[in-house]
Ligand binder design. Structure first.
Ligand code: SF4
Length: 382
């Protein structure tokens, strides 16, 4: 069996020719004894279950992904079951995981599997990599975990472990890490080796204070031998987050709420939210902030052609982070009883949704928290 992408001249293959097999053996032996039991690693997990887990884990930790994975596997046990489901339902189930493009791409990938691969996950690295939302790492992980193909993987945990094992100081140099990962990959049972090195990075070779004294491959680790562990990878510089302040109004009309479908050029495109506007309140004292709030409510009132926004009352503020932005969202409440505005204004992306239907729509996590509070309160007040 040959390792995909490895040539005889690879720098690390020669350097590690004498040690790679012994290293892999120690690593795999340790993994068999020490691994965390994860459902997508169970012997009866289908390639589809592995595929979903890898898409979820792209930006999400294992503990957060676990309940989502179970819910998705219950609702979508096969690519066919997802391919025929509405995007809204999938996004609603994904709510809280963030990076919603992953959910849209997952559905598109399921559709492609049905159209071109008989309803199964394709079984070659190239075909997996051609699916929407799949990069080199995810394709390698699925090829290796689902089909035991000899493909290396490099993601955050393996990148850190590999850099330390090989004393690769320039961790941002992706190609060095991929080359090294290929050099260490054994020809037999690459699945086990890849699982093991990921697990090592996750639970032993941790970002800070790695557990070198418990490390099964400490004798091979160049960073340890050269006293470089603390400097690989180099400490990250703190990036200052950009502050953004929004004001949203939850407008109630009888048992219905006005929601806006977020357009494609904004964060959380395709999700629903209460209509909102951005406010500039940076460094403002409270009197000026009050004026800014009144201005924002007037702006919403004009945009929506709904005077009730001017009489809205403050309800709560939530704070959250999106990429490198720190977001503050003020939520205000308003009521209207005008019968003529009960109709949806779909061309403007505006919909009146009944309280009992609210939880069927997709929201970003902060907006979802607000919606759930509103559903609870509305039901209590019935
Ligand atoms: S010895 Fe320490 S730094 Fe090296 S691989 Fe093991 S845990 Fe990581």
């Amino acid at each position: 069996m040959y390792i995909i992408g490895v040539s005889k001249n690879d720098k690390y293959s020669e350097d590690w020719a004498n040690n790679s097999a012994a290293l892999s053996e120690c690593l795999c032996h340790w993994f068999e004894k020490s691994k965390r039991e994860l459902p997508w690693r169970a012997g009866d997990t289908t390639p589809w279950g592995i595929f979903i887990s890898e898409i979820m884990l792209q930006q999400t930790t294992v503990p957060t992904a676990l309940p989502y994975w179970h819910r998705f596997m219950d609702r979508f046990p096969t690519p066919q079951s997802m391919a025929t489901t509405s995007e809204d339902e999938i996004l609603a189930m994904w709510s809280g995981l963030g990076y919603y493009r992953r959910a849209r791409n997952l559905r598109k990938a399921a559709q492609l599997m049905c159209e071109s691969f008989g309803g199964d996950v394709p079984c070659t690295f190239e075909d997996i990599q051609a699916l929407p939302g799949v990069g080199r790492y995810t394709a390698g992980a699925v090829a290796s975990f689902a089909f035991n193909l000899p493909v290396p993987i490099v993601e955050a945990n393996t990148a850190r472990a590999l850099a330390r094992i090989g004393a690769i100081t320039n961790i941002s140099n992706d190609s060095e890490l991929w080359e090294f990962a290929k050099a260490l990959l054994p020809k037999d049972n690459p699945r086990l080796h890849n699982y093991a090195i990921m697990e090592l990075g996750a639970i032993v070779c941790k970002p800070t204070e790695p557990l070198c004294s418990q490390c099964p491959i400490a004798q091979f680790c160049k960073a340890k031998a050269q006293n470089l562990v603390a400097s690989i990878p180099p400490p990250k510089k703190a990036v200052e987050k950009l502050a953004i302040h929004y004001l949203a109004v939850a407008i109630q009309n009888g048992d219905k709420w006005l929601l806006r479908r977020i357009p494609t050029n904004e964060w959380h495109a395709g999700m629903m939210e209460f209509p909102k506007v951005e406010m500039n309140v940076t460094g403002m004292k409270s009197t000026k902030k009050n004026a800014s709030q009144s201005k924002a409510l007037k702006q919403l009132s004009e945009q929506l052609h709904m005077d009730c926004c001017r009489k809205a009352v403050y309800r709560k503020t939530v704070k959250y982070v999106v990429t490198n932005h720190s977001i503050t969202l003020e939520v205000w409440m308003a009521q209207t009883d005008t019968q003529s505005i009960r109709m949806n204004r779909e061309q403007e992306g505006l919909f009146w949704i009944a309280t009992d239907e609210l939880d069927k729509y997709p929201y970003g996590s902060a907006m979802r928290r607000i919606i759930l509070t509103i559903i609870k309160e509305a039901k209590e007040n019935r």
